[in-house]
Design a protein around this ligand. Structure first.
Ligand code: PEP
Ligand code: MG
Length: 562
């Protein structure tokens, strides 16, 4: 009998296959009572950690993009001298190497969890490092991805970045995890690899090796023992989608030829190669944090200018929307210490940090302007976390004083959506960050898997704020795009266009589906879908109502026999 399990759809695609569960982590034996040689044990731990780091670096060398960045960051943690000092202190206290490694990682993990937000999200990365080091010390097999000898659906409690980055899309049909937030590593990497994925699916614990499951990575559904009919239906949808994707080329347009530029989101230089090759109209969100985070000193002016220049050159002739630095609070800069904050997501982050440190913003804008002057790209610049019209005006004045022509703001705080009209009087465009706008509207931490329902971008409250912002843009003839994850959901993209959104920016791999869906609907039909979504009482109802109506809109017209 088919059984439905629900989670969070984080990477679209529908596929069926047998389950293979991730190998369990090594379990530690009871701590012995015999005396140990502290130096010998500390040395054994150091050798094990160095071997783990070497292995990660070797694997990183064969990869690119986010996968490479994630593994390199993991290797750096394994080589962290502070961690090694903690282990030495524990062996000096009489612990053997495996127990000292286990405890030191446990302490490190608790500290990250206590910090909350972005750092808490990285806490689970440590479990994988600990497991690998302990397995080495105990002579046990490395925990990790199974190889059942046929394509499979990987099921796990959680997936370490090191495992996700190495997945072979020819073998791994889909991923289902019990834990994992909507913006966690599993989600980001699965999307990059094009593997359908469902996270935060607590009932995945009941799935067993070899059991057949049907995974729907768009809707966050997993059907255990689906039976032939459901699998055939899914395969038919999949083939139709692949055919539509292959036909999808060129600029974003509705069926009645309205232009809706389709752009890509870029998180770092590693994303550049593949993204630039994608048939897109440019970059809708360049997250410049990659240049500033994970380093002891600020990037120099020249470093900044050449990093921006590289992106502009790769997108010569196309639009590139650069977002100024969005750090602070839970994404701290080592060289700009801030006092600890009880609610980091509500603290001094984004443009607020730039206001407190005007030189930081000034240098960045100057570097962007110089790089833009020497390039063929159409460079736009926008500020993150803008809450008031006064902030928008300040940012616009500063950016224009550097000669930047197209200046905008992100709308990701409810106050900005509610006062979009006043804000847009000062700037040329707005880009809606639905990830943060959902977090602040629903008062739900965006990294918390257990709050996935509240963070659903189909939430009526979020849709209303998007409608409010888009209508302010329409009134003032300003473009209002969406660059949060909502834009990569092909069905929701239609609703956004119907609400008045004028461009969509997303992970490159999602673009063909969105383009194909858009080409199948007129602007008027998108408006009908938007009205249906706004009228629905819940996110689940909105999604269902739109899916039904969109199906009717694209159904072949009945042939009347004469
Ligand atoms: C957003 O908040 O939706 C957004 C695009 O910005 P980020 O995910 O980088 O916070
Ligand atoms: Mg944001």
């Amino acid at each position: 009998m088919a059984r439905w399990l629900h989670g969070l759809g984080v990477s679209a695609g529908e596929v069926a296959g047998p389950v293979a569960r991730l190998a369990a982590p090594p379990s530690l034996p009871e701590a012995g009572t015999a005396a140990v040689d502290p130096e010998l044990e500390a040395g054994r731990a150091a050798v094990a950690l160095a071997a783990v780091a070497d292995d990660l670096e070797q694997r990183a060398a064969g990869l690119s993009g986010a996968a490479r960045d994630v593994l390199t960051a993991q290797a750096l943690i394994a080589r962290d001298p502070v961690l090694q000092d903690g282990i030495s202190a524990l062996t000096a206290d009489g612990q053997d190497a495996p127990h000292a490694v286990d405890q030191a990682f446990g302490e490190h993990r608790r500290a990250l969890e206590a910090a909350g937000g972005y750092l808490a999200e990285r806490a689970s990365d440590l479990d994988d490092l600990r497991d690998r080091a302990v397995a080495r010390l105990l002579g046990l097999p490395m925990p990790g991805v199974p190889d059942p000898g046929e394509p499979f659906v990987l099921v796990a409690i959680d997936l370490a970045p090191a495992d996700t980055a190495m997945l072979d899309p020819m073998k791994v049909l889909a991923i289902v995890t019990e834990r994992g937030g909507p913006t966690g590593h599993t989600a980001i990497l699965a999307k990059q690899l094009g593997i359908p994925a469902v996270t935060a699916c607590a009932d995945a614990a009941t799935l067993t090796d070899g059991q057949i499951v049907l995974v729907d990575g768009a809707n966050g559904e997993v059907v255990a023992d689906p039976g032939e009919q459901l699998i055939e239906d899914a395969q038919r949808r999949r083939h139709a989608q692949i055919a539509r994707r292959e036909r999808s080329r060129g600029p974003g347009r509705t069926a009645d030829d309205r232009s809706i530029p389709l752009l890509v989101n870029l998180g770092g230089p590693g994303d550049l190669g593949a993204a630039a090759l994608e048939d897109s109209e440019g970059v809708g969100l360049l997250r410049t944090e990659f240049l500033f985070l994970d380093r002891p000193t600020a990037p120099t002016f020249d470093e900044q200018r050449s990093a921006y220049g590289a992106v502009f050159d790769a997108f010569a002739g196309r639009r590139v929307v650069v977002r100024t630095l969005d750090v602070g609070a839970d994404k701290p800069l080592a060289y700009l210490p801030q006092p600890e904050e009880p609610n980091p997501a509500l603290g001094v982050r984004g443009l607020r940090l730039a206001q407190a440190n005007p030189q930081l913003l000034d240098d960045q804008l100057r570097a962007i302007a110089e790089a833009a002057a020497g390039s063929e790209a159409e460079v736009w610049v926008m500020a993150p976390m803008v809450a008031t019209a006064a902030e928008a005006r300040m940012f616009a004045e500063t950016a224009r004083s550097h000669g930047l022509k197209k200046v905008g703001v992100m709308v990701e705080v409810p106050s900005a959506a509610l006062t979009a009209r006043q804000i847009l009087e000062h700037v040329d465009f707005a880009s809606i960050g639905t990830n943060d706008l959902a977090q602040y509207t629903l008062a739900a931490d965006r990294l918390a898997g257990e709050l996935a329902e509240l963070l659903d971008p189909w939430q009526p409250a979020l849709l209303r704020l998007i409608a409010e912002t888009a209508s302010a843009g329409g009134g003032l003839q300003r473009s209002v795009g969406v660059c949060g994850e909502a834009a990569s959901d092909a069905m929701l993209a239609l609703v956004l266009v119907g609400l008045g959104v004028t461009s969509l920016s997303m992970a490159p791999v999602c673009l063909p589906d969105v383009r194909a869906e858009l080409a199948g609907h007129t602007l008027e039909q998108c408006r009908e879908l938007a009205a249906a979504a706004l009228a629905a009482p819940t996110a689940v109802d909105a999604r269902a109502a739109v899916a039904e109506l969109a199906g009717k809109q694209t159904a072949a017209p009945e042939v009347v026999q004469s």
